[in-house]
Design a protein around this ligand. Structure first.
Ligand SMILES: *Cc1c(COP(=O)(O)O)cnc(C)c1O
Length: 463
């Protein structure tokens, strides 16, 4: 079986990554010089080419699966993902049509139904795996347009008497401005509502803007609430947004690309309360479910709208599935469809629901520990969230020199974020392999680093 061969290889690669550097020393010239050997005129044995690529990946990338990568939601992965991707490539199932790949499609459907139920969505919910959160958000906007404007499917935006507009918070993901562009709505159709001091969407400001837009002849159709913002992990007030959308007859989409995984944890799920009222939800398995990229998901409680939005007929496709089975290519953006959902299926099968919840809670606990240790070492925490994402600063901190110091010392990977107009350091626990000792050691090291940099600057100023 494939798995027996992969297991040892994966373990040894994992050990090498965990014990090695986090940041690469890479120059574009060096990389291109190596690639120049591959002019494709001469055939190279697969063993050699694959070994070259593995060396390149070891040397020339940020090791996002390192336990001290505190970054942008890129998780450590399990053997289950590696086995799943190898199986998917080996059997290469085509998930466009049910009749071609009934096993693969039913595995995906089974997995999605489990998560839809966790979110509190109804049994008839339509769901599909996507390339990622951006594609899921795009699916949501297309479905919402299809639902709100009955002529949109045939006549497009030009057939509408009023210009459609939709609403996100200032902290929402930037995929929505691309989506506004791609759907032909135009980037101006995106209304950015200010966030309150706690970085959550301000619902009164939303209400005022919707009223103003209606008065001016625009056609509001969609509100996006974010459950776990990318910069600071804020969760918008979902119950209030749900109520507002119901009253105003607006589509309510929840972008829970990262934070959605908290729904499987009995300890954390209350923070997502209100998500069960969403018309549609984005959740990425390739973020906090610790599944390899790309494994996004789109859920929609209105299957008839999804069927209308993505309907397609082609004479060359296999005989149509019946209502019970249904073909993914007529219910989603993609046509040819890779077996991406297997990664989540095998991960859940191996860990069980409780094991998955424990992994998520472990990371949430480490987030709390990071907050505590930082506060105890005179750092200021500038965001509030139950999720393991900490934004922090310190008196006199120069964020870019600080990040350069992290890199130089290979201490940990962190990034810069703008929170309430200030530039701060952002650290997110994205690995189930991170330990309490990692946290304590990193806080000791970064505190020393910041102090040394400050003393150095003061001395330079005096000299
Ligand atoms: C990551 C993220 C996205 C985009 O998802 P991709 O999987 O990168 O396409 C969208 N929304 C939020 C809140 C995210 O964190």
């Amino acid at each position: 079986m494939l798995i027996d061969r992969l297991k040892d290889e994966f373990r040894s690669a994992e050990a090498a990554i965990d014990g090695g550097p986090i940041y690469p020393e890479a120059s574009v010239a060096e990389i291109r010089e190596l690639l120049a050997r591959y002019d494709f005129r001469r055939a190279v044995p697969l063993e050699q080419a694959a070994a070259d690529v593995e060396q390149m990946l070891r040397r020339w990338q940020v090791q996002v699966t390192h336990p001290r990568y505190f970054g942008l939601f890129n998780p450590s992965v399990r053997l289950a993902s590696v086995v799943a991707d190898a199986l998917a490539a080996t059997y290469n199932p085509q998930l466009a049509a049910w009749r071609t790949s009934p096993a693969a499609i039913e595995i995906e459907r089974h997995t999605l139904a489990w998560l839809a139920d966790k979110f509190g969505l109804p049994d008839e919910t339509a769901a599909s795996f996507t390339g990622g959160g951006a594609e899921a958000n795009l699916s949501a906007v297309v479905a919402a347009l299809t639902q709100a404007f009955p002529n949109f499917d045939e006549k497009g935006l030009r057939g509408l008497p009023n210009a459609p507009v939709f609403y996100i918070s200032a902290e929402a993901h930037h995929s929505f401005s691309k989506i506004a562009h791609m759907t032909g709505l135009g980037r101006d159709a995106l209304r950015t509502i200010p966030a309150s001091i706690d970085l959550k969407m301000n619902v009164s400001a939303l209400a005022a803007k919707v009223a103003q837009d209606r008065q001016r002849g625009f056609a509001p159709f969609l509100v996006v609430g974010t459950a776990g913002t990318t910069a600071a992990g804020a969760i918008d007030p979902l119950p209030e947004l749900a109520r507002f959308c119901r009253e105003e007859k607006l589509w309510f989409h929840v972008d829970a690309a990262w934070g959605g995984a908290a729904i499987v944890s009995p300890a954390l799920r209350a923070h997502l309360s209100g998500i069960e009222h969403a018309d549609s939800i984005t959740c990425d398995a390739h973020k906090w479910f610790s599944v390899a990229m790309g494994c996004g998901m789109f859920f929609c409680r209105r299957p008839e709208t999804v069927a209308r939005a993505f309907r397609a007929e082609a004479s060359y496709m296999p005989e149509k599935a019946d209502a019970e089975t249904c073909d993914p290519y007529t219910h989603s953006v993609q046509w040819s469809r890779r077996f991406a959902g297997l990664k989540l299926f095998l991960t859940l099968a191996e860990l069980g629901e409780e094991g998955q919840a424990k992994a998520i809670e472990h990371q949430a606990r480490l987030g709390n520990r990071l907050r505590e240790r930082l506060a105890a070492s005179n750092w200021t925490i500038v965001n509030q969230t139950p999720l393991p994402l900490v934004c922090f600063t310190r008196e006199g901190l120069d964020v870019s020199s600080f990040l350069a110091g992290l890199r130089e010392g290979q201490i940990a990977w962190m990034s810069e974020a703008g929170v309430a107009g200030a530039s701060v350091v952002r650290a997110c626990i994205t690995s189930f392999k991170t330990t309490e000792e990692d946290i304590d050691q990193v806080v000791r090291q970064i505190t020393r680093l910041a102090e040394e940099q400050r003393t150095g600057r003061l001395a330079a100023a005096e000299a």
